[in-house]
Design a protein around this ligand. Structure first.
Ligand code: APR
Length: 247
């Protein structure tokens, strides 16, 4: 039976458990100025993901898909980590947190100092060739002349997972290993709508983990797998959690 908790309760749970793992989604970066996808005003309320974020759409009409990619880039590039990102980095530095599995492509966990970050959906700060997977440094790219091509003739794209593409095998294995090893899973800012990321909480629970969810409102995970719900804005609540932990 799911129980609503306060930041103080969560601090107590963190003190009593070890081998924490975080599973994060767009909600953890909202206080960094990056809109999420499915809340009112979110990206998918303005762009049809199948038309703008599938690999088929990118290959068929790259200039059109670059409209979305450049809008995302414009919000991600100036963004800085918020207290929720820093809280997870601090828990890792204290040896409490094994790592972060993130669905986000904004690099904010790394920027906050997290070392073990599983980039489940890639990283939008990196650019690669869609054909030969060669790396293309951002400073060499001219976004005023789209689409961008690699010397091999392939299309240059952000190193992110489009709809219709598999999760990078190494990331999937690292995420599964963390989910199976964890004693307390912290789910922060994800609707749990997208697979296979939304399979990880059940995998953790099947291996004995306690499941804590911090979201703005209940999700399908809350009704299915969550043991404790901390409802509210991650950027505001996590300083409270860390203060109760004596940080
Ligand atoms: N603090 C905590 N949670 C928040 C906040 C906040 N400030 N703002 C929004 N949320 C919650 C929302 O209530 C929602 O439950 O974060 C969740 C965001 O859900 P989505 O917008 O669906 O984002 P996410 O779950 O990360 O999407 C998963 O879908 O489109 C793909 O690849 C994309 O990685 C993305 C994946």
């Amino acid at each position: 039976m799911m129980k609503e908790i306060t930041p103080q309760d969560l601090a107590g749970l963190i003190r009593r458990h070890s081998r924490l793992v975080a599973l994060t989604g767009a909600g953890i970066s909202v206080e960094s100025g990056i809109p999420d996808f499915r809340s009112p005003g979110g990206l998918w309320t303005r762009y049809d993901p199948m038309e703008y974020a599938s690999i088929q759409a990118f290959r068929k009409n790259p200039v059109k898909v670059w409209q979305l990619l450049l809008e995302m880039d414009a919000t991600i590039t100036p963004a800085v980590p918020n207290p929720a990102h820093y809280a997870l980095a601090a828990l890792e530095a204290q040896g409490k947190l094994l790592g972060v599995i993130t669905q986000n492509v904004d690099n904010l966990h790394q920027a906050a100092g997290s070392k073990k970050v599983v980039e489940y959906h890639g990283n939008a700060l990196r650019f690669v060739c869609d054909h030969c997977r060669g790396h293309h440094p951002r400073e060499m790219l001219d976004f005023s002349h789209l689409p961008l091509y690699c010397l091999c003739g392939g299309l240059v794209r952000p190193d992110v997972v489009f709809f219709g593409e598999p999760i990078p095998p190494a990331a999937q294995k690292e995420a599964n290993d963390l989910a199976q090893a964890c004693g307390l899973l912290l789910i922060i800012g994800t609707s749990g709508e997208v697979s296979p990321a939304n399979y990880l909480p059940m995998l953790a629970k099947d291996h004995g983990a306690v499941i804590v969810e911090n979201n703005l409102e209940p999700t399908i995970l809350t009704r299915g797998v969550t043991d404790y719900l901390l409802q509210g804005k991650a950027g505001e609540l996590w300083p409270e959690v860390m203060k109760n932990l004596g940080n």
